[in-house]
Design a protein around this ligand. Structure first.
Ligand SMILES: [Zn+2]
Length: 164
């Protein structure tokens, strides 16, 4: 078995859609980035790449590449999941935390869970989404950005693949 960790923060700005976990959330600001800036999905991609020993999201999907401009990060997650499977790994568990002072994440949690599970082709039961504020402290507490963390557990599909 192998674990991976992912962490990401994006700046909140006016005039952008807020997309978290592939779900568009009505809010007066959105996250700034080259893609749709889905901070939660980026943390999941990085955790999966880490578990597979495949570097990080910037290596595979550089933000200088026009191909990834405004792309749905769920597409990047699906591509990441394909890389994981190509290495003979299967995803057992994805656990996440969103750090946001606002908006409230609760009403969208189930939808995000289903989006992530569908993107990596696992049962929604293997995906967990938590959300917390930072009690008004720091850049996230002041509403200047949203952060996310993710830990994943993956395993080789069979011992044979490990021994190869
Ligand atoms: Zn990001």
């Amino acid at each position: 078995m192998r674990t991976g960790i992912g962490y990401d923060v994006h700046r909140l700005v006016a005039g952008r859609k807020l997309v978290l976990g592939g779900t568009e959330i009505p809010y007066d600001k959105g996250l700034l980035g080259h893609s749709d800036a889905d901070v939660l999905v980026h943390a999941v991609c990085d955790a999966l790449l880490g578990a597979a020993g495949l570097g990080d999201i910037g290596l595979h999907f550089p933000d200088t590449d026009p191909k990834y401009k405004d792309i749905s990060s769920l597409t990047l997650l699906t591509q990441t999941s394909a890389m994981i499977r190509k290495k003979g790994l299967t995803i057992l568990n994805i656990d996440t935390i969103i750090f946001a002072e606002a908006p409230k994440i609760g009403p969208y949690r189930k939808n995000m869970q289903e989006n992530l599970a569908a993107a990596v082709n696992v049962d929604p039961d293997c995906v967990n989404i938590k959300a917390t504020t930072t009690e008004g402290l720091g850049i996230i507490g002041k509403g200047e950005g949203i952060g996310a963390m993710c830990v994943v557990l993956v395993d080789y599909r069979s011992r044979k693949m490990l021994e190869k």
